[in-house]
Design a protein around this ligand. Sequence first.
Ligand SMILES: [Zn+2]
Length: 316
Amino acid sequence: MIIPLDKSDYIPQLKALDQRTATHHPEKQLIQTQLIKELAGARGQSALTFPLRFLHDEDYILRNPRIDDENECFEIDNLILKRNYILLVEVKNWYGTLYFDGEKQVVRKGDDGIEEGLPNPIPQVKLQQHRLQKWLRQFDLPQIPFLYFAVISFPSTIIKSMHTDQSVPEEVFHSNLLPLKIEKLNQQYSKNILSGNMLKTIAAQICNAHKVKKVHVLDKFHVSENELINGVFCQKCYANPMNWKYGTWHCPVCDHVSKNAHMQALDEYSLIINNEITNREARAFLRIDSPDVTKRLLSGSYPPIGKTGYRRYKLR
Ligand SMILES: [Zn+2]
């Protein structure tokens, strides 16, 4: 059973921030690089859905559980809970040629010949394993093997060892080999240690403990609110701003009209700035002059909070 746990808004937040940050902003490149990285991560995770289908029905596959321990949160890409062992699968979306120096650094050589040093996924997944093992002690489980893999999601990525007298760590391989590697573990660790009920309880405890990642993207990328591009974007040609005229939004570039284009803008406001908004803030963000028009747009779709004069609207 696959249970996806990550309900974070980080990708939509980055998309909204990218759209509303000017091209010349000093953090623009960083925002776009992070967005590309997060999108690749999500793609890499979904590439694992197929190989993980071969697991047994009673196994639990928790995707992106994020657990709080005494050292803040740790996140696991894929946590496979079986009656005979617990397996962590870290996914790397690296392309090009990877050179592993044992458990030390990884050097990636891209198609352009440029080399880049990357953190080795083995110590990373080992640390997650250690933290999970420690966290699970509270449930008094019987001794169960904890295992880990680090898989490379692109089948075209070449995995090599940096030194000829050394091989790539055996826990590192392409994602399509995962069913075979799991089958091998099943033979090696064939004894059931946990009961079906225990397995169910642990899965439930981890799901309960899961902490959704919350990021304040303005702080993270050092963008101040007044540097953001205000206004309603045209959903057809992405021009900004659309103008509110006679009860509709009108795009001055492509003539596209919309009754509710402001809702997309307010959704972005809630992702980047705050999930509540006042009439004054909405006027500035949507670039509307009239408080009455703004009030109509807000009260038609969003629940009001607080008394007149201090009224805010809940955006999500
Ligand atoms: Zn347009």
